[in-house]
Design a binder for this molecule. Structure first.
Ligand SMILES: Nc1ncnc2c1ncn2[C@@H]1O[C@H](COP(=O)(O)OP(=O)(O)OP(=O)(O)O)[C@@H](O)[C@H]1O
Ligand SMILES: [Mg+2]
Length: 521
């Protein structure tokens, strides 16, 4: 494990051309300012802790910039996971720029440090001597102006360097050397239990989170923006990467958002190791919980019954991934993005098995059953497609038009016959045009539907959808009227007065006739 050194001058230039405004961090920056003041008068250490992606490194960047503006010399390094076993690699990166100061040390200290840093060969130096030598060289470097050592990702610092850093951190009083480090909450570090000051970096408040999203993604549709804000819970990394992982059409709500948002690689990596370290049975239960979605523990346990390993969800709870809410008894994910990470880590066959197990639990809830069966389906399946179409109509009756469209689209995908597929797409287009008002989506769906069925407009749904599209684009009233009339002529009689398609047709026809303002219409 090592450290990645950031050269003072390079960093000056980097920071100079980078906007340094951080959303919602005034309080944290005040704490850093006070810390730097303490460094300048006599040495201090501070560990910043917080969730992955909460903005610890961003605050270290800000501290770096503030220190340089205040005339403080900065040495900077970061732990690197795959180099955590290379002895003194971290210390090497921190102290390497101090060649001049090194030769001013006592011979014992100079030799010990050179050996530790791999600058000369010999028997392994005594750790206490190396620690004292490191402290001495930092004091020497701070003789003319204060010095700040910034260490990011502290838990990934190699063990040998960590011990030296811990030793130094406790002996900074009176020497104008500051140590500012960052570590994810809960990760074991040399600062843990040492009584050294810590600052917990909290998620952004709702206003700052909204400001950040609006500044970076002004094109987000209101519903999409709200969904991002809800799922990110003030985590800046999530606020920035969730919208970036969506398609252009999803960002402006022309295409529906998936039930579980996709995670970028970095976002997924925040939780994947905690999930993949779980026993297989716990991971499967966690997957069931992610797919079940409402936190009904009984359903999750019943769907997961028969697992060979009996660990249950306890390991997932211990890993801080889920907890059972005291007041409701529901199973809740500790962060909404953990659901996405769990699913991202699951292989398709496992997911289908979980969906089938959940469908079996929902015999009395046709909509949920239909969704799970649809997700478990490997290819076209008319029975499941039919269930989903009926579920979509129920959703629409309840006023849930967006989900109805999504169900119709999936139903169309699962339709073995192209004619059925077109009719279901036309029905989705009709809902989009008349209820949700998503005209671009309706236009696209109708075009897709027509590909397999050129005489599609004879269906009530298609005629209604295309009438709305024409009415909204200066269409010719006579043409719209003509389409509606030919569609009703094709409709089987007797008419069913409770048929939603017929009612939508009638509403549209009334609108067209009143627009036309001609008695014969
Ligand atoms: N207050 C903020 N305003 C704007 N952008 C921010 C803010 N805080 C963090 N970011 C951005 O969010 C992303 C994640 O932040 P950062 O890398 O600092 O997180 P971290 O806490 O160091 O995460 P990790 O635990 O993975 O190291 C970065 O792209 C960063 O620039
Ligand atoms: Mg970081």
């Amino acid at each position: 494990m090592t450290a990645v050194l950031v050269d003072d001058t390079l960093e000056t230039r980097r920071l100079a051309c980078q906007p340094t405004a951080l959303a919602g961090r005034d309080g944290d920056l005040r704490i850093i300012r006070a810390f730097l003041d303490r460094v300048s008068v006599g040495g201090a250490a501070l560990l910043m802790t917080g969730d992955p992606g909460v903005g610890k490194s961003a605050l270290l960047d800000a501290a770096h910039e503030m220190a340089m503006i205040a005339g403080v010399r900065v040495l900077r390094a970061a732990g690197v996971q795959f180099e955590a076993d290379v002895s003194f690699s971290g210390l090497n990166q921190v102290l390497l720029p101090l060649g001049q100061e090194l030769v001013q040390l006592s011979t014992t200290h100079e030799n010990a440090l050179k050996m530790a840093l791999g600058l000369s060969v010999g028997p392994p130096p005594d750790r206490l001597v190396v620690s004292n030598a490191a402290l001495a060289v930092l004091r020497q470097a701070a003789a003319d102006r204060p010095l700040l050592v910034i260490l990011d990702d502290l838990p990934w610092l190699d063990q040998a360097s960590s011990l030296v850093v811990g030793f130094v951190a406790r002996r900074l009083a009176g020497c104008r050397v500051g140590l500012l480090a960052a570590s994810r909450t809960g990760a074991a570090t040399i600062f843990g239990g040492s009584g050294l000051p810590q600052h917990d970096v909290r998620p952004l408040g709702s206003e700052a989170a909204a400001d950040l999203v609006d500044a970076r993604f002004p094109e987000l549709a209101p519903g999409v923006r709200q969904r991002i804000l809800t799922e990110a819970q003030g985590n800046p990394l999530a606020l920035l990467e969730l919208p970036a992982a969506l398609s252009d059409l999803q960002r402006c709500a022309v295409a529906a958002l998936p039930a579980i948002l996709p995670l970028s690689r970095r976002l997924g990596a925040l939780f994947t190791s905690r999930v993949s370290d779980l026993p297989a049975a716990s991971r499967y239960l966690l997957m069931l919980a992610a797919l079940e979605g409402t936190g009904d523990l009984a359903v999750v346990q019943a769907a997961g019954a028969g697992q060979r390993e009996a660990d249950g969800l306890a390991p997932a709870e211990q890993a801080g991934l889920v907890h059972v809410e005291e007041d409701t008894g529901r199973l809740a994910f500790c962060h909404p993005l953990i659901r996405s990470a769990v699913l991202q880590l699951s292989v398709n066959e496992e997911l289908r098995r979980a969906h089938r197990a959940l469908a079996a639990q929902f015999g009395d809830q046709p909509e949920r059953r239909a969704w799970h069966l649809a997700s478990a389906a490997l290819g076209p399946d008319e029975e499941v497609a039919g269930l989903l179409t009926r579920a979509a109509r129920n959703m629409l009756r309840r006023g849930d038009a967006a989900d109805a469209v999504a169900a119709l689209l999936r139903s169309a995908q699962l339709s073995p016959r192209s004619g059925d597929r077109s009719l279901r797409l036309a029905e989705a287009a009709c809902v989009s045009a008349t209820v949700t008002g998503e005209l671009p989506q309706a236009r696209q769906l109708l075009a897709d539907a027509r590909q397999a069925m050129p005489d599609l407009d004879r269906s009530l749904h298609a005629s209604v959808a295309s009438a709305h599209l024409l009415l909204n684009s200066d269409g010719d009233i006579n043409a719209v009227y003509g389409r509606l009339v030919s569609a009703i002529r094709e409709t089987a009689r007797p008419y069913d007065a409770s048929d939603p398609a017929l009612m939508a047709w009638l509403h549209t026809m009334l609108t067209v006739c009143s627009f036309g303002e001609r008695p014969e219409l």
